[in-house]
Design a protein around this ligand. Structure first.
Ligand SMILES: Cc1cc2nc3c(=O)[nH]c(=O)nc-3n(C[C@H](O)[C@H](O)[C@H](O)COP(=O)(O)OP(=O)(O)OC[C@H]3O[C@@H](n4cnc5c(N)ncnc54)[C@H](O)[C@@H]3O)c2cc1C
Ligand code: FES
Length: 299
């Protein structure tokens, strides 16, 4: 088998035969508007990665640290795959890198792996780029013998990602778009509500996506008492439990999403606090984008 890398073709051998390839991008694809996939040579991370974990990377010397979920990894090829939405300066800078470019540094795998076992039936609800984080969990749960019911949502048909991959691991797949351009018109939480009302009750539900989508899903599952897990995405800096940036309230306790999570019991997460804290730097983020796109003259 051969792997094609932009203008050149490499045999499917470990990408890091040459150590200088570590952190080099080996493949790049556009999955949806502003959503990109990159495969990166990262042998040490590929060896240890597990579903539910993430990396924190820094693109260049001036770059901030950004967390991204591990979507796929291959010990044989020594690569990891990341999928990201370009929402601000760092993700736009990452999206501008080309095959063969290098990312300055990548720390990981970070966070606790998902608790993968046979629950019998598992429902995976994902929204937007959250499907990237949901896919490896759905795949691992399928391999552990679970029946998988997947509900995949996005703003519109164009923004749906990994539909084919989810179809391959799901016994039942439901699609939902906010504008109705594909599948159910509305939110993934509504699809879940209909399924639960029909008496199809899984033993575990994973909900991964924007905080408000996870909050709505948690509200749907609460009356049924079904164990519901969310993967939280607060702002992170060190990813090692030292800076406190990722603090979230779960039950009546403060937790650090990077070392205590990122997965938590959805029924006791304070989602409103997460939304508020995520918006805490929106002025600085807007300034950074202006500066990035317009240079110093944009001020
Ligand atoms: C554990 C974890 C895993 C993640 N996995 C993915 C993933 O697989 N794919 C993906 O597209 N995104 C993922 N994210 C979110 C991603 O890290 C942010 O979108 C990214 O850091 C934004 O950086 P920026 O400079 O491009 O945008 P900014 O201009 O900094 O911010 C734009 C928006 O992103 C939010 N944001 C900013 N920094 C972070 C941060 N460090 N963590 C979370 N949100 C942030 C802000 O609230 C703002 O709304 C993950 C976040 C966490 C915590
Ligand atoms: S990111 Fe610093 S404590 Fe979690």
């Amino acid at each position: 088998m051969e792997v094609t890398l932009s203008n050149s073709t490499f045999h499917d051998k470990p990408c890091c035969d040459d150590l200088s390839n570590t952190n080099r991008i080996t493949k790049k694809e556009q999955l949806a508007p502003q959503v990109k996939l990159i495969e990166v040579c990262a042998p040490e991370i590929a060896k240890k990665a597990k579903p539910g974990q993430f990396v924190i990377l820094r693109i260049d010397e001036q770059g901030e640290r950004i967390p991204l979920t591990l979507v796929k990894w291959s010990k044989a090829k020594e690569t990891i795959t990341l999928i990201f939405q370009e929402v601000g300066v760092s993700t736009k800078k990452l999206g501008a890198l080309k095959v063969k470019d290098k990312i300055l540094n990548i720390a990981g795998p970070l966070g606790n792996p998902s608790d993968i076992k046979n629950y019998s039936t598992a429902t995976i609800v994902s929204g937007g780029v959250g499907t990237a984080a949901a896919y490896p969990i759905a795949k691992a749960l399928k391999e552990a013998g679970n029946k998988i019911i997947a509900i995949v949502g996005a703003r519109n048909a164009e923004m749906l990602i990994l539909e084919n991959e989810m179809r391959q691991v799901a016994d039942e797949l439901y699609i939902s778009t906010d504008d109705g351009s594909k599948g159910h018109k509305g939110f993934v939480s509504e699809v879940l509500k209909t399924i639960l009302q029909k008496g199809v009750l899984p033993n575990i539900i994973y909900a991964i996506g924007p905080p408000l989508m996870m909050k709505a899903t948690a509200e749907v599952t609460k009356p049924y008492g079904i164990k519901t897990i969310v993967s939280l995405n607060p702002i992170m800096i060190d990813g090692m439990g030292m800076c406190g940036a990722c603090r979230v309230t779960v039950g009546d306790r403060t937790k650090f999403a990077c070392v205590d999570g990122p997965e938590f019991d959805a029924s006791i997460v304070d989602f409103d606090e997460i939304v508020k804290r995520l918006r805490g730097y929106s002025w600085e983020e807007r300034c950074a984008i202006k500066f990035h796109e317009g240079g110093i003259g944009a001020w």
